[in-house]
Design a binder for this molecule. Sequence first.
Ligand SMILES: NC(=O)c1ccc[n+]([C@@H]2O[C@H](COP(=O)([O-])OP(=O)(O)OC[C@H]3O[C@@H](n4cnc5c(N)ncnc54)[C@H](O)[C@@H]3O)[C@@H](O)[C@H]2O)c1
Ligand SMILES: [Zn+2]
Length: 370
Amino acid sequence: MGGARKLTVDLGERSYPIYIGEGLLDEAGVRLAEHGISKKSPLLIVTDNRVAERHLGRLEALLRESGFTVASAVIPSGEASKSLSRLEELVGAALERGLDRKSAVVALGGGVVGDLAGFVAASYMRGIKFVQIPTTILAHDSSVGGKVAVNHPLAKNIIGAFHQPELVLYDLDTLQTLPEREVKAGLSEVVKHGLIWDAEFVAWCDANAEKLLALDPEALGYALYKGCSVKAAVVSKDERENDLRAILNLGHTIGHALEAVAGYGELLHGEAIAIGMVGAARLAVRLGAPEDVYRVTKRVLARVGLPVRLPSHLDTDAIMSAMMHDKKFQEGAITFIVPVAVGKVEINKSVSTALIREIVEELKQEAVEA
Ligand SMILES: NC(=O)c1ccc[n+]([C@@H]2O[C@H](COP(=O)([O-])OP(=O)(O)OC[C@H]3O[C@@H](n4cnc5c(N)ncnc54)[C@H](O)[C@@H]3O)[C@@H](O)[C@H]2O)c1
Ligand SMILES: [Zn+2]
């Protein structure tokens, strides 16, 4: 077992650690106890059917051995599970299993499970403890920072809360069972954390793309550590997205609209935001940033196997209208995160919708290297 890395999300009383390393599931019982998860009240593991097949039995057994009372709820895998009806079902499961105010919800899975289970924890009895055990690469992003939510048919993540976990336990071994497409999609947010904060890390991703795609534990551990560090640093400075935290939305203005228009499913979240980040880079150059920003952004995303062209069958009007429904549309303006250099972005609230429309059209023509 390689040495685990640890970092802290610094939020005063609500600070919590993130552990990243191989074999960490084996330590789950000790870690949960150490971080105040009760053995007297039952806990509820929430996971999806794919993750359940591979990792649930082991986690249940390990936690029971450590003296926890464990119940589990398995939801169908996929974005459609981030719904109010699943929330209601899980609250039902929590009640049936006797969860009380000292109980905890443990999210074992990717961002879908984390967001949904987190919202269950945030709302059940007005809020109980919550643990994140992320099993996707993308979830290095979603498991840190405390944003939890479900979708409404008209808009993504529109019903939610801020609810920080007690700890994040990231066992790299669980990632070995990820499908290749999910690996690539997850790397999208890893690259994003470089693009907003750390040019050196962007270059490192470029140079280590093959190792990352092969799930090399050393490379993966480092990349997730760097990604989580950026997220933790930003969230520590602005937990509730009054200003700085918005930079984490690089690529998401266009990306969320694409997900909504394509129907959750055709494009994975990471794929949609990869296209969105190329759009943001194009926009940046139009607004005066060096050409490099566009070239490097597109190159590193392509290197980790992500799409950079917007599927041409998606209707531009529908994409524009989806952007207006987004949380990033406020007081009549779209908030756009625009790179000013590689590793540095700014928040721009005065980008005209006409210009965004042009960028969307250009993204449909984006050249893809053979
Ligand atoms: N809360 C936040 O701050 C935040 C940030 C970014 C993204 N998100 C949300 O995260 C979600 C996307 O997360 P995701 O990409 O992890 O999706 P996901 O949870 O749907 O997981 C992707 C797929 O991989 C499967 N899977 C998960 N772990 C696996 C494993 N170890 N082995 C094999 N298969 C496995 C899942 O069953 C699913 O089919 C979106 O809903 C997005 O809105 C939230
Ligand atoms: Zn995202």
